[in-house]
Design a protein around this ligand. Structure first.
Ligand code: PRT
Length: 105
């Protein structure tokens, strides 16, 4: 499977120090955590709207926007796709109920 999130993490890291006028990534990082988080929320809502409308092309486009902005958020927070992968690996083999309990303990 294509490593979409690994590719996006590499792109975001490579653009982080670019001039804001030349890079959407750099401009967004300079605006800070609140603005980045807001963009993730907006793109998530647009993804949901496309899904409910059964608009396949829009769902692909909005999903790409969402994953890109989530990648910027992770970078800003000092996370890598490997951190999320480790959490997913921890959950593998658990039932949904066990997984919920493991976070409550
Ligand atoms: N995948 C993306 C990507 N997806 C979406 N976007 C940008 O995200 C923005 C979202 O559009 P909006 O109208 O919602 O946002 P906006 O008007 O810029 O901002 P606000 O008005 O909401 O503050 C657009 O400017 C898109 O171009 C992206 N910008 C960059 N990338 C990747 O990052 C790479 C580096 O880009 P730069 O950092 O711009 O060099 C690109 O080659 C791509 O691979």
């Amino acid at each position: 499977m294509t490593d979409i999130l690994g590719r996006l993490a590499t792109i975001v890291a490579s653009r982080a120090d670019a001039a804001a006028g030349e890079s959407h990534t750099a401009a967004l990082l300079q605006k800070g955590r609140g603005k980045i988080a807001q963009k993730v929320g907006e793109e998530a809502v647009e993804t949901v709207i496309a899904a409910v409308a059964e608009d396949r092309a829009a769902l692909i486009g909005e999903s790409a926007d969402l994953l890109y902005h989530l990648s910027v958020l992770w970078f800003d927070a000092g996370l890598t796709p490997g951190d999320i992968d480790a959490e997913l690996a921890r959950r593998e083999g658990m039932s949904g109920i066990e997984e919920k309990r493991s976070r409550e303990d």
